[in-house]
Design a protein around this ligand. Structure first.
Ligand code: DMJ
Length: 576
C-alpha cells in the first residue's frame, strides 16, 4: 500500500517536473526567437540605411562616400591601383546596386529588386574605356548579375512577374566576353587587369595573385552553363589547373606569380589576402559542378594548409617550398576560413579559430586588418577595418551547423559594434584605425553584398529553407542544380549544404574534430562507452577558459599538456 502511494507520488512529481521543464524550455526557445526577430530587424535597418544613402548620394556611381555624402567610381581602383583611362562623362557601373540585388531578394524586397533590374537592363554598359581588376569585377559584377539572374528566373521566388527577359544574363555574357582576352597568355593564367573596351593594355603588369587567377570558376562556369558557351568555363578551368600544377611538393602555393613566365614571385603564403578565395572556390566548385577533380585538389590543398599553416587556432604564413613559418600574423580576411571548414565538416576546428577572431573583435571593437601574433599587437600600417564580412560569414555558418545560441550572441555583438563605430548620417563608414576608431570616407559594396546579408541570414534563414544554395566569395547565392552536375545522381547532393545532418557525421568529419577538449578516451570506439584515460588531467574550469597554461590540464587521448590560447581557451595549441 505504502509502496503504491510513493510510486504515485514519484509519478506525480515526474509529471510536474516534465511540465515545468517543457514550459521553461519553450520559454527559452521563444526568448531566443524574439531575440533573433529583434536582431533581424536591426540588420534590415542597417542594410537600408546603407542602401538608401548610396541611392541618394552615389548612384549610379560605384560606391558611397558616407562622410562627405559623395561617390567614388571604385571598380577601376579595386586592387589598390589608381583610377585611369576613365572618360570624363563616366557615370560608374552602379557597383553597389549590382552587389545589393541578391540581398534585396533575401530581405524580400522584390519591388526594389525589380526596379533595380529594370534600371540595369536599360542603362548598364560595359563598353567603357575602364581598366578593371579581373578578380574584383568577376566576383562583384559578374557574380552579382548571374546570381540575380538565377534568382529572377527561379519560379519559386515569384519575382518580376513575367517582365524579365534575361536582361541580366545578356549583360553578364557581354562582360564575360570582355574578360576573355585576359586569358590570352602563354600560361593560360589571366592578367590581373583588363580594359573593358580595349582588352589588355600595352605594358600591362604581368603580376597577379593566386586568388586572382584561381577564383573565377564559379562565376565563369555558371556563365557557360547558362549561355551554353563553353569558353568561359574552359578559360577559368585552364587557369586553375595551371595554377595547381605550380604547387610545391608540399602541396602549397605562393601568393603572387607572373602570368607570362608562369613563375612564382612571392613564395610565402597563408589563407588570407591574395590566396583566400582560391581554397574556397576549389571546394565550392566541387559542390556546384560535382567534378571529382575539384574535390581532389581541395582535399590535398586543405590538408597542406592544416599541416603547414595551422598553429592551434591560428594560421600563420609559410614558405611554399619548405613549409617553414614566415609571418605570424592574423588577418581579418582569414576569418572566412571557419565558414569554409563548416562546409567541409570540420566544426571543432572552425569553432576554435572563430573564438580567436571573436576575441580580437571584442578586444578592439572590430577586427584589425592585420594583427601580429608574435608581438600581440596591431600591425603598424594595417590598423583599418573596412566593414569586412568574414567574421559575420563564419558566424552564420557555425550557427547553421550547431544552432548554438553563442553565435547569436556573437552576431549581436558584431551588429552593435557596426552601429556604434561605423554608422554615420550618410551610411556606414569604414574604420581607418581600430585603436582610435577614426573613420574613413568609404562604404564598400561588400558591406551590402556580404556583411549585412550574412548577419541577416544568421538571424533569419527562411530564405534558405528547402533550398540548396552556395554563396560565392562575394556572398552571391548560386543554386546547386543537378543539371549542372557532371555525373552525380540526385542522392549525392545533400538537401542543404549548410547543415550538418547528425552528430555522428560531425564526429566522423575530420581527425581535427578530436582536438577540442577530449575528456574521455574510448577503448571500444563506441562513444557511449567512454572510459577515463589514465593520463587525463581535467582543465581547471569545466568551460575550458583559462588565464595561464597552468590552468590547463593534460589531453586524454594524446597525453599532451594543453596550453592557454590568446582568447583564453585550453587546447593542444602548441603541438599542432
Ligand atoms: C570580398 O570582396 C570578398 O569576400 C573577397 O573574396 C575578399 N574579401 C572581400 C571583403 O572583405
Amino acid at each position: 500500500m505504502l509502496a503504491r502511494k510513493s510510486a504515485t507520488w514519484i509519478l506525480l512529481l515526474l509529471v510536474i517536473f516534465s511540465i515545468f521543464f517543457d514550459s521553461s524550455v519553450a520559454q527559452l526557445d521563444s526568448c531566443w526567437a524574439a531575440k533573433k526577430r529583434k536582431m533581424r530587424e536591426k540588420v534590415r535597418k542597417m542594410f537600408y540605411h546603407a542602401y538608401e544613402n548610396y541611392i541618394t548620394h552615389a548612384f549610379p556611381h560605384d560606391e558611397l562616400k558616407p562622410l562627405t555624402k559623395s561617390f567614388t567610381d571604385s571598380l577601376s581602383e579595386l586592387g589598390n591601383l589608381k583610377l585611369e583611362h576613365l572618360p570624363q562623362d563616366y557615370n560608374g557601373s552602379a557597383l553597389t546596386l549590382i552587389e545589393s540585388l541578391s540581398s534585396l531578394v533575401i530581405l524580400g524586397n522584390y519591388t526594389e529588386f525589380g526596379r533595380a533590374v529594370l534600371w540595369l537592363s536599360e542603362n548598364l554598359k560595359f563598353d567603357v574605356d575602364a581598366r578593371v581588376n579581373l578578380f574584383e569585377c568577376n566576383i562583384r559584377v559578374l557574380g552579382g548579375l548571374i546570381s540575380a539572374h538565377l534568382l529572377a528566373t527561379d519560379s519559386t521566388n515569384r519575382l518580376l512577374q513575367g517582365s524579365y527577359k534575361n536582361q541580366l544574363l545578356w549583360l553578364a555574357e557581354d562582360l564575360g566576353q570582355r574578360f576573355l582576352p585576359a586569358f590570352d597568355t602563354p600560361s593560360g593564367l589571366p592578367y590581373a587587369w583588363i580594359n573593358l573596351k580595349y582588352g589588355v593594355m600595352e605594358n600591362e603588369t604581368t603580376e597577379t595573385s593566386t586568388s586572382g587567377c584561381g577564383s573565377l570558376i564559379l562565376e565563369m562556369g555558371a556563365l557557360s552553363q547558362l549561355t551554353g558557351d563553353p569558353r568561359y568555363e574552359s578559360a577559368a578551368l585552364r587557369a586553375l589547373r595551371k595554377l595547381w600544377s605550380m604547387r610545391s611538393s608540399l602541396n602549397l602555393l605562393g601568393t603572387t606569380l607572373d602570368v607570362a613566365t608562369g613563375e612564382w614571385i612571392e613564395h610565402s603564403s597563408g589563407i588570407g589576402a591574395g590566396v583566400d578565395s582560391f581554397y574556397e572556390y576549389l571546394y565550392k566548385a566541387h559542390i556546384l559542378f560535382g567534378k571529382e577533380d575539384f574535390w581532389r585538389m581541395f582535399h590535398s590543398a586543405y590538408l597542406a594548409v592544416q599541416k603547414y599553416f595551422r598553429h592551434g587556432p591560428w594560421y600563420h604564413e609559410a614558405d611554399m617550398r619548405t613549409g617553414k613559418a614566415t609571418y605570424w600574423q592574423l588577418t581579418s580576411l582569414q576569418a572566412f576560413w571557419p565558414g569554409l571548414q563548416v562546409l567541409v565538416g570540420d566544426i571543432a576546428a572552425a569553432n576554435s579559430s572563430h573564438r580567436e577572431f571573436f576575441y580580437l573583435w571584442k578586444k578592439f571593437g572590430v577586427l584589425p586588418e592585420r594583427y601580429l601574433l608574435d608581438h600581440l599587437t596591431v600591425h603598424p600600417t594595417e590598423k583599418y577595418y573596412p566593414l569586412r564580412p568574414e567574421l559575420a560569414e563564419s558566424t552564420f555558418y557555425l550557427y547553421q551547423a550547431t544552432k548554438d545560441p553563442w553565435y547569436i550572441h556573437v552576431g549581436e555583438s558584431i551588429v552593435n559594434s557596426l552601429n556604434l563605430y561605423a554608422k554615420v548620417e550618410g551610411g556606414f563608414a569604414s574604420i581607418r584605425d581600430v585603436t582610435t576608431m577614426q573613420r574613413e570616407d568609404h562604404q564598400h559594396s561588400f558591406f551590402l553584398a556580404e556583411t549585412c546579408k550574412y548577419l541577416y541570414l544568421l538571424f533569419d534563414d527562411s530564405f534558405l529553407v528547402n533550398r540548396n544554395y552556395i554563396f560565392t566569395t562575394e556572398g552571391h547565392p548560386l543554386p546547386v542544380l543537378s543539371a549542372w552536375h557532371d555525373r552525380l545522381p540526385e542522392t549525392y547532393i545533400p538537401s542543404n549544404w549548410t547543415y550538418i545532418k547528425n552528430e555522428k557525421q560531425v564526429k566522423q568529419a575530420s581527425a581535427m574534430s578530436q582536438q577540442v577538449c577530449p575528456a574521455m578516451s574510448s577503448s571500444s570506439g563506441d562513444d557511449d562507452q567512454g572510459v577515463e584515460s589514465a593520463c587525463h588531467v581535467p582543465d581547471a574550469r569545466s568551460d575550458h577558459r583559462c588565464f595561464s597554461d597552468e590552468e590547463c590540464g593534460v589531453d586524454a587521448i594524446s597525453c599532451r599538456r594543453r596550453s592557454c590560447s590568446i582568447a583564453g581557451y585550453c587546447g593542444l595549441w602548441l603541438f599542432i
